[in-house]
Design a protein around this ligand. Structure first.
Ligand code: PGA
Length: 253
């Protein structure tokens, strides 16, 4: 198994353009070896162009946090995959629990977004994860299965290979409560097994499955020791260069 670890910073609705540029400039000073670890940042839409310019010719990758599935048209307020490609994005986060919870995104909509991203050459980071009550009711596997297979429905093997999965238990997001490495591993292994069953073992072994939910410099290392944890989607701790670069450099920290 040689999946390159991948750390992505999800800035959510934070940072003006000037703040965004100063944050990436600070991150660039301490990036890990790109041969060893891949790193991306996902600024808000308004800062994408400025961040794209600041990271030009560096190994730091650009991600968006969302997109709409149409190429263009009368969809006031939406951003298309073509526009994200045009601004320099390589990745796009899709189906984050905040989008599901506050903006009514369903697995069907998420699947359209995943397909649209792929059609325009963007790599989707598909988020799945159970809410606290679902975990307590013993429904974790059922929920993440529905989200994974719903989000990836009708994808070809080549398309699945371009996708990254992020397991983000909703009860661990922004709460300071991290899933234990064992809890994360259990779900990651389950997700990988679903990829094996629905596509192939070879594909399942290649797709990266990130963990997300209160990742900090203090807990990244133990999470990364788990066999099926291939990286992290980092929210709060990605807003400061100091904590984010410590997470990215977890191997040497
Ligand atoms: P957090 O957010 O690290 O602040 O918990 C993670 C996420 O929502 O991607």
């Amino acid at each position: 198994m040689n999946r390159k670890p991948f750390i992505a910073g999800n800035w959510k609705m934070h940072k003006t353009i000037a703040e965004a540029v100063s944050l990436v400039n600070a991150i660039l000073l301490n990036l890990p070896d790109p041969q060893e670890i891949e790193v991306a940042v996902a600024p808000p839409f308004t800062a994408l162009a400025a961040v794209a310019e600041a990271i030009k010719d560096t190994p730091l990758k650009l991600s968006a946090q969302n997109l709409f599935w149409k190429k263009e048209g009368a969809y006031t307020g939406e951003i298309s995959p073509l526009m994200l490609k045009d601004v320099g994005c390589e990745y796009v986060i899709i189906g984050h629990s905040e989008r599901r919870q506050y903006f009514g995104e369903t697995d069907e909509m998420i699947n359209k977004k995943v397909k649209a991203a792929l059609a325009f050459g963007l790599k989707p980071i598909l988020c799945v994860g159970e809410r606290l009550e679902e975990r307590e009711e013993g429904k974790t596997f059922e929920v993440v299965k529905r989200q994974l297979l719903g989000g990836l429905a009708e994808l070809t093997p080549e398309e699945v290979l371009k996708t990254t999965i992020a397991y983000e238990p909703v009860w661990a997001i922004g709460t300071g409560k991290t899933a234990s490495p064992t809890q994360a591993q259990e779900v990651h292994a389950f997700l990988r097994n679903l990829l094996t069953k629905n596509w192939s073992k070879e594909i399942a072994q290649k797709v990266r499955i990130l963990y997300g939910g209160s990742i900090k410099p203090e807990n990244i290392k133990v999470l990364m020791q788990e066999e099926d944890v291939d990286g992290g989607l980092v929210g709060g701790a990605s807003l400061k260069a100091e904590s984010f670069v410590r997470i990215c450099n977890f191997k040497g920290d």
